[in-house]
Design a protein around this ligand. Sequence first.
Ligand code: ZN
Ligand code: ZN
Length: 300
Amino acid sequence: MSDSQNATALPRPAKKLDPVNAGFLLIAHLLGVAGLVYLITNFNPYTLILAIVYGGLCGLAITGGYHRLFSHPTYKANAFLRAIYLFFGAASIQNSALKWSADHRRHHARTDTDDDPYNIRRGFWWAHIGWVLFDAGETDLSLVKDLEEDPLVRFQDRHYLALVILSAAVVPALIASLWGDWLGGLLVVGFLRLIVEWHSTFSVNSFTHMVGAQPYCKKGSARDSWLVALITFGEGYHNYHHRFPIDYRNGVRWYQFDPTKWFVWTLSKLGITRDLRRTPEPRRLEALRKTAEESASRAA
Ligand SMILES: [Zn+2]
Ligand SMILES: [Zn+2]
């Protein structure tokens, strides 16, 4: 029986719908669909290119910034890159880096329990998007004291709403107005890009806790999925990541698709990032060997 099937028997803590989050999610999806229609009916190549570039920067802000820098200190980055991450992280509308990291550290510490914000045992839809719709109360910041020491992180958290409006709507509309397509900037670069990015991030919490192999650890639900890696800038190698969360790589082998790893590594050559942490190869191989042995003894 799978973890998710086991889950249905677990008691579910009562939670009430968060009208602000639920309302915004609904409106953003409707505007995203409007963006798709607009893109098809008023096609402008510059707007499409801007959406792709903006989406790429926002995606890296979540995977390279919120996840691999702020939530897990897998490397160090200079103030310029941290500021870029925090700006495009705000445009990704997934909460401030401080609160996102608090939730994510709790996810790692309490995986597959009721204390895990996106507990997969409550089912695919809960882990994917359901948990965002419900009021979880005040975010527990006790796990992110270190991040509160970063003035840039504090600034983004304090001025989060203003930064969201600026980075997700005003800036894309202003840039696209340079070629007379401010509405395309708002609908396509703002909202269509946003919902594509949301479902990419959400896939890490849902698909990679359900589908894929477990070569590094059988404990817990995290799995490696190259397919999810393709749509999440490399975050699909989630079994490895849960086993070795302080490694800046998720796709650890050279052929595994992990553009976030390549991005962070390239910036280290330019002096923008440093102190990239890697799991020593013998430890990785040991984890692989132990897990294979465990599987063999279970099968016997
Ligand atoms: Zn993580
Ligand atoms: Zn996970």
